[in-house]
Design a protein around this ligand. Sequence first.
Ligand code: NAD
Length: 366
Amino acid sequence: MKIGIPAETLAGEKRVASTPDVVKKLVGKGFSVLLEQGAGTAASYLDQAYQDAGAETVDTAACFAADLVLKVRRPSQQEAERLQSGATLISLIESCAGMGSEDELIQTTVARGVNLLAMERIPRISRAQSMDALSSQSNIAGYRAVIEAAAHYGRFLPPMMTAAGSAKPARLVVLGAGVAGLQAIATARRLGADVHAYDVRPETKEQIQSLGAKPIELDLGEEGSGEGGYAKELSDAAKARQQQLLADELAKAQVIITTALIPCRPAPELITPEVVERMRPGSVIVDLAAANGGNCKLTEPDQIVEHHGVRLIGHTNYPSMVAADASAFYARNLLNLLEIMVEPGESGPTLKDFEADEITRAMRVN
Ligand code: NAD
């Protein structure tokens, strides 16, 4: 079976779906690996390293003609049209339950007889943890968001005592304590900030404390935990109460990292423009929900804007800023997934029926 690893074509995407280490393992399992020339270069993996690992470097068309194509981002229409009938493509598809007839990618892949498996649909069960790309990439985003905040903040994060004077630690608030938020808390603590964190799911309190941060507790009069460990959307009354109760906590912060998301819904608005106007000039808000509308209305996706002296950072692809490690984690996630997807055949490995395993069954998009 041939596995294709194309170059990512989405603007600004530096990751690649496999690394030389993982390619070596795939070749060892009997796969032929076809790498699109230069696919790993932006992530610092050069063609020669893949060739040494046993891959063949090919052009775009040959890469997309493989039996199994592994990508990071959802394929473009043009890429989908290169896939062969009977082939399987695995990538982050940015799918939502119920999406189907209106989605051009699904229409094209159904018409071409291509199987589409979405990495974001891997169930959050213990057996699938090593395949969970949402977690591996969110972890990186949480880390990188704090680095970004530190670079934009014109003061220290840790307390400083020097002969030339002393400085208090920055008060840093993390909103949303899921995978990205918890990593942001851990990273900010390591950098010495005074870290406070809030999540609408009460079960996060202990996790926040275990990382040495102070939980912010609000009484919203309503349960915030939804299905599968995710948050649910609050009623309008609870949303308003949340904004109001958070306002004083946020106005005191000098750095805010927001990560609050609700699956397939617009991101909740947690920081109002009035709160931003109350923050000290020079403060920084890194809004990880920028691609989903932002946790602050003032955030502009993929832009850095200033409002009343507060800098709002709206990058939408933090994992790509740590492309070598993000690719290595993603490639490992895919390798672990393939362990359960393939079985040995007379002429090399073959794909099992996707319906046979709850993980691949859940990943099917078309
Ligand atoms: P996510 O990216 O969907 O959301 C990020 C965080 O935002 C969540 O913690 C959520 O509660 C929070 N949030 C949403 N609305 C909010 C609001 N109005 N105010 C404040 N916070 C708000 O979440 P995620 O990081 O993907 O994690 C979701 C859950 O899945 C967590 O419980 C996590 O522990 C769990 N998980 C389980 C596994 C596993 O068992 N294999 C793996 C990864 C994650």
